[in-house]
Ligand binder design. Structure first.
Ligand SMILES: [Zn+2]
Ligand SMILES: [Zn+2]
Length: 274
């Protein structure tokens, strides 16, 4: 499998980091996990277009993970020569979110159908809501979901992708929890969104301090990875936005959690293969 970290940013705007999105290529399938800011641009940079995706998975409905869901729907629909519905799996609430997104797009959908004689169908989006268990299975690619803990954002899920004996876990935003431990057991790759509590604590904003209790620190990610026996830990969605040259500080904090395997400090379009 090939994992491309399409967007490694957080809600904090950055010129170099798009919002949360990840592409997994497994067998004949291209699978997208989350659709944050700039996802369609980063997909193009990775050699993919929305119409080439087999399926989309959402970890949760926080804006930084879904804000460009509408662009994905519109671009797939408007570029396709045939009706090519998008299929999406996400936590409970995903159907309602999709319905509202399509409602937001109604005017644009009307303009394009009125303008193009050969475009006479609405964008289709078929949603499957999951919380725990097998989420998707096709051509030897298996995806398992489990609940994570990002409260008060609830429900949230993480996903384990399996193909030909290899496994990649996309944890999403979560603190260490039982569901995450289950997904991670002996995984080859563990992708975790992380914060640096020492740097967050220095930001003089009460709202910023609220993020401490619902994200994994680097040290917690290291401890989780160590306990599960994973091979490679990938740090993404780093908060605060990392200063160039500070990567080793983040990795040192992972080591403080007891993890001795490989650590990848992700930037946009970083690739990990298993
Ligand atoms: Zn979140
Ligand atoms: Zn997030």
């Amino acid at each position: 499998m090939k994992l491309t970290l399409l967007g490694t940013g957080s809600p904090i705007p950055s010129p170099d980091r798009a919002g949360s999105a990840n592409l997994i290529e497994a067998g004949p399938h291209r699978l997208l996990v989350d659709c944050g800011r700039g996802v369609v641009m980063r997909l193009a940079a990775a050699g993919a277009l929305p119409g080439m995706l087999s399926h989309v998975f959402l970890t949760h409905l926080h804006s930084d993970h879904v804000t460009d869901f509408n662009d994905l729907i519109t671009t797939r629909w408007a570029m396709s020569p045939v009706d090519n519905p998008l299929t999406v799996t996400g936590p409970p609430g995903t159907q309602r979110f999709t319905d509202r997104t399509l409602a937001m797009l109604e005017d644009d959908i009307g303009y394009r159908i009125a303008h193009h004689d050969d475009l006479n169908w609405q964008p289709g989006v078929n949603v499957d809501e999951v919380h725990d268990g097998v989420a998707w299975e096709r051509d030897g690619v298996r995806v398992v979901a489990a609940p994570t803990d990002h409260r008060p954002v609830d429900p949230t899920v993480g996903y384990r992708f399996e193909h030909e004996g290899s496994s990649i876990v996309l944890a999403g935003d979560t603190i260490p929890c039982e569901g995450l431990d289950r997904l991670l057991a002996n995984a080859d790759v563990y992708v975790q969104t992380v914060i640096r509590p020492d740097l967050v604590a220095m930001v003089p904003s009460a709202r910023f301090q609220d993020i401490h209790d619902y994200h994994s620190s680097c040290e917690q990610a290291g401890a989780t990875a160590s306990k599960a026996g994973v091979g490679t830990l990938v740090l993404t969605h780093q908060v605060p936005t990392p200063m160039p040259g500070t990567e080793q500080e983040w990795i040192d904090q992972v080591r403080a959690g007891g993890f001795t395997g490989e650590v990848v400090f992700a930037h946009d379009l970083t690739v990990v293969e298993v």
